[in-house]
Design a protein around this ligand. Structure first.
Ligand code: HEC
Length: 163
């Protein structure tokens, strides 16, 4: 099985080569508490915040779902995969220093509202949970649209059957 060994590079033309980690090798280095902190707060084992990974979607995972994730991730065998290292260019660093580029975790702290998963969620609350944990990366934490993704208010224009 060769799962989760990564093949994605982020921001290739964005003054950084950010490489999604080979998590099959990283996960075994994390304790359960460290994995919990990664998902709940977007903080890596080394204490720094996540870039590129949409941390803002995951900070609202329910407690149960975080433990389910960890349980599954613990079953993944480590797989070797040679990856380029992440590097920010000089101009990339300048844009970070000037605040033009911010990390995902900083964006999450700024924009994400806390969602308290109810004990007995209604169908609509479950749907709300799915949207904030799977759609907001692209459509924006307030669903008003981001980059190339339209505002999700557009969904209101769809008839139920088309969704
Ligand atoms: C990886 C990014 C990404 C994620 C995650 C994502 N979307 Fe989108 N979505 C897009 C983009 C980009 C478009 C515009 C696509 C197009 O116009 O063909 C879009 C378009 C839409 C549209 C409008 C389609 C139209 O008629 O113009 C709806 C509705 C939508 N998404 C709903 C969702 C929902 C609900 C979720 C979560 C379950 C979701 N999206 C998750 C990127 C994303």
């Amino acid at each position: 099985m060769s799962q989760y060994k990564s093949n994605r590079e982020f921001y290739p033309d964005w003054e950084a080569g950010m490489v999604a980690a080979n998590i099959s090798k990283k996960i075994p280095q994390y304790s359960d508490n460290e994995l919990y902190r990664l998902f709940r707060h977007g903080i890596k084992k080394d204490g720094t915040g996540l870039w590129a990974m949409p941390a803002g979607m995951f900070v609202n995972f329910s407690e149960k779902d975080i433990y389910r994730l960890i349980a599954h991730l613990r079953t993944i065998p480590p797989v070797e995969n040679k990856l380029p290292t992440t590097a920010f260019s000089f101009t990339g660093r300048l844009k970070i220093l000037s605040g033009e580029y911010i990390s995902e975790v900083a964006m999450a702290r700024r924009d994400v509202k806390k969602f308290n998963y109810p004990d007995n969620p209604t169908v609509v609350q479950k749907g709300n949970y799915l949207v904030i944990t799977t759609c907001t990366e692209c459509h924006g934490y307030d669903l008003r649209g981001l980059y190339g993704s339209p505002p999700l208010l557009i969904a209101k224009a769809y008839k139920e059957m088309n969704l």
